[in-house]
Design a protein around this ligand. Sequence first.
Ligand SMILES: Cc1cc2nc3c(=O)[nH]c(=O)nc-3n(C[C@H](O)[C@H](O)[C@H](O)COP(=O)(O)O)c2cc1C
Length: 365
Amino acid sequence: MRVTHLSGMKSFKIGNIEIKLPIIQGGMGVGISLSGLASAVANEGGVGVISCAGLGLLYKRSSGDFWENCIWGLKEELRKAREKTQGVIGVNIMVALTNFSDMVRTSIAEKVDVIFAGAGLPLDLPSYLNKESTTKLVPIVSSSRAAQIICDKWKNSYNYLPDAIVVEGPKAGGHLGFKKNQISDELYSLEHILPEVIKVANGYKETKNIPVIAAGGISSGKDIYRFLEMGASGVQMGSIFVPTDECDADIKFKNTYITANEGDMRIIQSPVGMPGRAIDGEFIRNVETGSEKPKSCPFHCIKTCDYTQSPYCIIQALYQAAKGNMKKGYAFAGLNAHFAEKINSVKEVIALLKADYRTALISYS
Ligand SMILES: Cc1cc2nc3c(=O)[nH]c(=O)nc-3n(C[C@H](O)[C@H](O)[C@H](O)COP(=O)(O)O)c2cc1C
């Protein structure tokens, strides 16, 4: 049974886990969504998500190498999150990460509630589960084709179907699963691809209920209302949670959201071979004018990264930005991130979303 939240939004289930408030905080690396932000969102009844990208840069132990430090960092972040919340905590693991397997194995062993896996097709994800596992598996896709391929592969090879599917449209922040020319093409809009992914999920409804979660550019309660009315069970929001007290990034990173204008929202070509959406700044302009010079590749942390051609190391650039060193990096952000006016608490952000959702519910019903 779906329980109606005070705001009017309905709860939904990912496997046997009830999500009281149907808002998932999108995982944001490097170091933007860690235990601080994730636990604050989980405490409000949503799903808080820790990003696994680059944890070894944030957790430097002289005794360990980058890969060992990533594992240690993930365990530490999960421990900290559990100290602060009893709510639902997920991790975001990019398939393109070289240490994808390490991060998945650690998450399952630590009994993380949900793994969200995107930036590539997580075709072998169920192979990591064993009889004792409680972790739910949720792929992130940008097309119904990808959703279908994943469902077919998981069902045929592992007799497992996704516990939910996130469909991320082209207005999202960070790396985008679209070609540059598709980003502003209506045919690839979230409004267009969401019903197609729901159709794929519904194709399995005799076997399993697969809730679909809409993401990318969702920035108000009215937006949430619209996508839930279209059949999504929940929404995933990233950028709206950056300018908050609890977001784990430096204040200078958060302030780039507050000061950004519509015209500052940029599509860049990321070294990992995908377009990305970010806020314009000195570093991006230096890359474009050729004054950022190729650096050595310290870890080869992303499988698809063309580090021999790239003028910069993306993991270092994102890490520098998270620390507030905006001359050495840039802030990924969704198309609507520039709407942010001030830094609020997560509680305030969610209260505003609920009030706005309620207004939409009353005026459209
Ligand atoms: C700063 C930033 C970092 C992100 N990092 C990741 C990441 O590491 N892995 C991932 O799957 N998505 C990442 N994303 C995408 C978000 O999880 C989320 O799905 C997306 O931003 C939703 O769009 P919105 O920001 O418009 O709400 C990132 C987004 C932002 C803004």
